[in-house]
Design a binder for this molecule. Sequence first.
Ligand code: AHR
Length: 513
Amino acid sequence: MGAVLTAALPLTAQKESQIRLMSGGEGQVIPKEIYGQFAEHLGTCIYGGLWVGENSTVPNTNGYRNDVLQALKDLKIPVLRWPGGCFADEYHWMDGIGPKADRPRMVNNNWGGTVEDNSFGTHEFLNLCEMLECEPYVSMNVGSGTVQETAQWVEYMTAEDGPMAKLRKQNGREKPWRVKYIGVGNESWGCGGSMRAEYYADLYRRYQTYCRNYNGNRLYKIASGSGDYDLNWTETMMKQVGGRMNGLSLHYYTVAGWSGSKGSATDFSVEDYYWTMGKCLDIENCVKEHMKIMDKYDPKKHVALIVDEWGTWWDEEPGTVRGHLYQQNTMRDAFVAALSFNVFHKYTDRVKMANIAQIANVLQSMILTKEDKMVLTPSYYVFQMYNVHQDAVHLPLEVNCENRQVRARMGRDGDERTLPMLGATASRAKDGTVHVSLSNVDLENKNEVSVDLAQLGVKSVSGKILTCKNITDKNTFEHPDAVKPTEFKGAKVSKGKLVVKMPPMSIVTLELK
Ligand code: AHR
């Protein structure tokens, strides 16, 4: 279908767009945690993706793959969520500590019934976070675990002294780790226990009571939140839990539907592509609906909205293990990443963290691995190009561009959405450098974008571009560098104006000094 897709495109034309930085100046700081990641015991995300064990022939450091470790360091990951997802509510952490040979094996019931040996547990995760210099975000088992188990896990990880600290020391870790973020359950309305919001709200209150702050480690407690538009869940949690939580989660996937085919990751039509852009951008409306409810109960915004699962969800790659959610990643996924960041940047007064699903070999991955080979996906490169916005001050802007009416439902005529053909976001870093990221989502047309820089006093511009010949382009183990950022020469600053000549299907990040 990829070939059909390119053959069907008319000749390239030139469009024009204008961007104006909004008067009123600067917005909020974009918390670096917006660029968070998620690693679940699912398919080959952990086993094979991050972890191969000390005895593997794959080059590793203490069991962690060297190639993946380096790629993740380069990405500047701020926070990593683990061990799930659905897996978290069946995980018993005590099975994953102590000598590896003594750890019991377990069946991963959520994800293909794969048997795991528990060789990647609490120590392996928290040590990885230390190596990556990122904050750990640990999801607790509320669905099938106990309050005691949860309380002891927090104590094991963070207490200097006491029975759990003693056990940790026996297992080779003298000093406690610093663990800020804990999730109290995951999708508790579904795989995390099929609960009603009212029942979960009470359980949350109970579980979090026993998650203590030891020795100056202050926990940031995140409650299991809604999937998509379950506004009743958010309403109930805000009403019944309120300030007992620091954050309430939201899961939003760019997915065609929960039953039947979700569509191929690599073989899709022009309509599918534009549907994807529209569906991805609907996250803005979804976030706003939840924030409206949160504002009603918490006008001072003490409770954050934590989008701890987001990204594309396609059919599994043919020939891969069922239930392992392994999917390829094309330039279409790269656009989903870029457009989603543009949205998150706008609402950081409430949205304080987001975690893409997932870091390796699962759903919208940063990294794909096969034995000793690794490829970085187009989505990885968007994260890399955008990481200049971490902890920078958001510069709100207004975009004037062409729109396109796109299908609101994948594969079905009927309802439509309006899709702007240009995505944009900007921020100012601590050293004063301004970064502007632009996405020309148009498959056919170039876009000449003028940005009014009057107030910024900018003199020079440089940048990177991620683009492709076909929107279905991807990186494979045979051709790992098919989609990769290159230097961008199509931007000029003159007389307080930035002019950017964007090819079709391109994402750029510009540095303005
Ligand atoms: O990311 C895959 C799964 O999607 C997670 O385990 C679950 O929380 C969600 O339904």
